[in-house]
Design a protein around this ligand. Structure first.
Ligand code: SF4
Length: 231
């Protein structure tokens, strides 16, 4: 299991829950605005937390933590993901999975076996602009579309989310995205945040007014859409 990081407690990553976060390394995208580039590119050093240490910690924290988020990177690339989910469920935790949606078969399988309780799926942009935003020439849009349709069927609680980057998004993208995700129960527009960890430097965040304008566009098709991370 390619564990590359562990956050012991967060109130921000699992809506309404106190959670820990396990970060798995490796990703099939190269989003230029990715702020977890150290998890996407081959690691320079061995991570300090072993699965055994993490499970021991989680066993002791069962009365304090509600759930565990599995993030990345793209966690569905790790062949040991089902076994990790099983171990977390056997400790009694709710499990949230962060994904770019490229493995709908595994999402269905994990949900069918009650190994995940919540899915957060990244929506990089409208389908036409995925190559630019995902940083690869041919993202698997069929799989992404399957994941979107599956989540829209409300099999389990979920959210879609888009990190909004001023240089990479425009009005038309949000009109297209909101048509694509029409009827979604949760959709968040998240503000881009610059950091030294970003895959490619030089991008900026939109202003609060620009984010509110995009939200207004999106709400025509997704009335429950919200902003996240806006000061
Ligand atoms: S933003 Fe997510 S999907 Fe994109 S490269 Fe980073 S970890 Fe992978």
């Amino acid at each position: 299991m390619n564990i590359q990081g562990f956050t012991k407690t967060t109130l921000l990553d699992y809506p309404g829950k106190v959670a820990a976060v396990i970060f798995l390394g490796g990703c099939n995208f190269r989003c230029p605005f990715c702020h977890n580039s150290s998890l996407v590119l081959p690691p320079k050093q061995k991570p300090s937390d072993s699965l055994e240490d993490i499970l021991l910690f989680l066993k002791k924290r069962r009365k304090i933590l509600d759930g565990v988020c599995i993030s990345g990177g793209e966690p569905t690339l790790d062949p040991d993901l089902p076994s990790l989910c099983e171990q977390l469920k056997s400790l009694g935790y709710l499990v949230k999975l962060d994904t770019n949606g490229t493995n709908p078969g595994l999402l269905r399988e994990l949900a069918g076996e009650h190994l995940i309780d919540y899915v957060a799926m990244d929506i990089k942009s409208c389908p036409m602009h995925y190559p630019k935003l995902a940083g690869i020439s041919k993202p698997d849009m069929d799989s992404i579309q399957q994941s979107v349709q599956w989540l829209l069927a409300n099999v389990l609680p979920y959210e879609f989310r888009t990190t909004v980057v001023r240089e990479l998004h425009a009005e038309e993208d949000f009109i297209e995205i909101s048509r694509w995700l029409a009827g979604a129960s949760q959709y968040y527009l998240q503000a881009y945040r610059d950091s030294p960890q970003v895959m490619r430097r030089g991008y900026t965040a939109c202003t609060k007014e620009e984010m509110e304008h995009y939200l207004e566009l999106v709400r025509s098709f997704i009335p429950t859409a919200q902003l996240r991370g806006i000061d």
